[in-house]
Write a protein that binds this ligand. Structure first.
Ligand code: ADP
Ligand code: MG
Length: 410
């Protein structure tokens, strides 16, 4: 049975804003699913509906098989970290962490004044009844210590939020949600607005979440973000979303290598995808592509059918007529001068060069268009105006429908 099931959920705000449209998704127990999409595509709305903070206009949500509309938010056994979640400025880190349980006991007292015993009683709200109470307290205090250790909050417990960095404040908010317990963790862009180092540190931490707390009590995590790096590093499954609808669901490598359409292709990857409009087809013994504006048949790209594997032939079955040839920078390898190449090649000229760290990314003009190409490891920089030659390998490139943007070589 799935832990979270959304069935044809639509959410409208007033007559004109459709935040979610016919949205269906199934998430299994213990899965970590990341919903990836641009700002305004409905990610927060999705989480708020699951948490019971918003009602869907139509459609249904099931949590662990039960219809969620029959459950109060407090009965849903979930914890949520809100986008830009605030920590309470007048409470210490320790107090903030246990907030939501017995915060009134803490108010006005120092964390250390309370001592360990008080901590146990603070946490006993989850301790269960009579006989299981002592064990429950022990479990919870261990849980608390685990979370404090995991999020490296031990030396911050006495501090006030004003004394914390942005990343530390996010760790407190996350700790609060984890401490609240529950089977489901909903995370709404928990790393947005942090600088790169903090983001990667916290991302690693979040990646360890299922492993750290996975024994016996697996957490089902739904994480939403607009950042594809975050999505790819954390998810078992990524759901790419746009304008309230699902564009594609898949493993990170599937989404990257076989994007369902131009939106997905451009949204993932550091540089999106370069496309060249043209016509394609099979003619005699070859598959060909002729960039638009080049009428001379002699200048078309050709790949002899005998060199095309059965797998690629299958993928190319629907590719004919007007199409967009697309590829990521690494899909158009730069060819060293005079190197023989068994696949089709294109010539171009460097328009701009950008250092990516390990190599360079060049923007080049190609027959009938522009493309970004990756120099490859060990390549030296190139001057603007320099001529280059690219291999166009059918194993790598994709073809998209010009009108709908669908990937025809899927
Ligand atoms: P995301 O989290 O992906 O940025 P949201 O779920 O916050 O997107 O919003 C989706 C769409 O719904 C946006 O167009 C937003 O302006 C609209 N929206 C969200 N909440 C409300 C609301 N309470 N009233 C009216 N429109 C809203
Ligand atoms: Mg949002």
């Amino acid at each position: 049975m799935s832990e979270i099931l959304l069935s044809h959920v639509t959410k409208k705000y007033g007559p004109s804003v459709v935040a979610l449209e016919d949205f269906s998704l199934q998430i299994q127990h213990g899965e970590c699913v990341v919903v990836l999409g641009p700002s305004g595509c409905g990610k927060s709305t999705l989480l708020r509906i699951i948490a019971g903070l918003e009602e869907p206009t139509s459609g249904e949500v099931f949590l662990n098989g039960a219809l969620a509309s029959s459950l109060l938010p407090s009965e849903r056994e979930l914890a949520m970290v809100f986008q830009n979640e605030a920590v309470y400025p007048h409470l210490s880190v320790g107090e903030n962490l246990v907030l939501g349980s017995r915060s009134h006991i803490l108010r006005g007292r120092s964390w250390w004044q309370l001592g360990r015993g008080a901590l146990f009683s603070l946490l006993s709200w989850k301790g269960g009844k009579a006989g299981s109470r002592a064990k429950g307290q022990q479990d919870l205090s261990e849980h608390f210590e685990d979370i404090v250790e995991f999020l490296e909050l031990g030396c911050l417990l006495e501090k006030m939020p004003g004394q914390l960095s942005g990343g530390e404040r996010r760790r407190v908010a996350l700790g609060r949600a984890l401490l609240k317990g529950g089977k489901i963790l909903l995370l709404d862009e928990p790393l947005s607005g942090l600088d790169t180092n903090l983001r990667s540190g916290l991302r690693r931490l979040l990646g360890d979440l299922p492993r750290q707390f996975g024994h016996g009590k697996k957490i089902t995590t739904l994480y939403v973000t607009h950042d594809q790096r975050e999505a790819f590093s954390l998810a078992n499954r990524v759901v790419v979303m746009n304008q309230g609808q699902i564009e594609q669901i898949g493993r990170p490598e599937e989404i990257y290598q076989s994007p369902a359409n131009l939106f997905v292709a451009n949204f993932v990857g550091d540089y999106g995808i370069s496309t060249i409009l043209g016509r394609a087809g099979v003619d005699g013994e070859c598959f060909w592509f002729l960039p638009e504006g080049l009428s001379t048949e002699g200048r078309r790209l050709e790949w002899p059918l005998k060199n095309i594997s059965a797998k690629i032939r299958q993928r190319l079955q629907g590719v004919s007529g007007k199409v967009l040839l697309g590829g990521r920078p690494e899909d158009f390898p730069l060819l060293p001068e005079n190197e023989e190449c068994i696949t089709a090649t294109m010539e171009g000229e460097v328009l701009r060069s950008e250092c990516t760290g390990p190599s360079y990314c060049f923007q080049v003009s190609l027959l009938g268009g522009k493309a970004r190409v990756w120099g490859g490891l060990g390549t030296s920089n190139k001057l603007v105006g320099e001529k280059i030659r690219l291999a166009i390998d059918l194993e790598k490139i994709l073809f998209f429908d010009q009108e709908s943007g669908e990937n025809r070589s899927f």
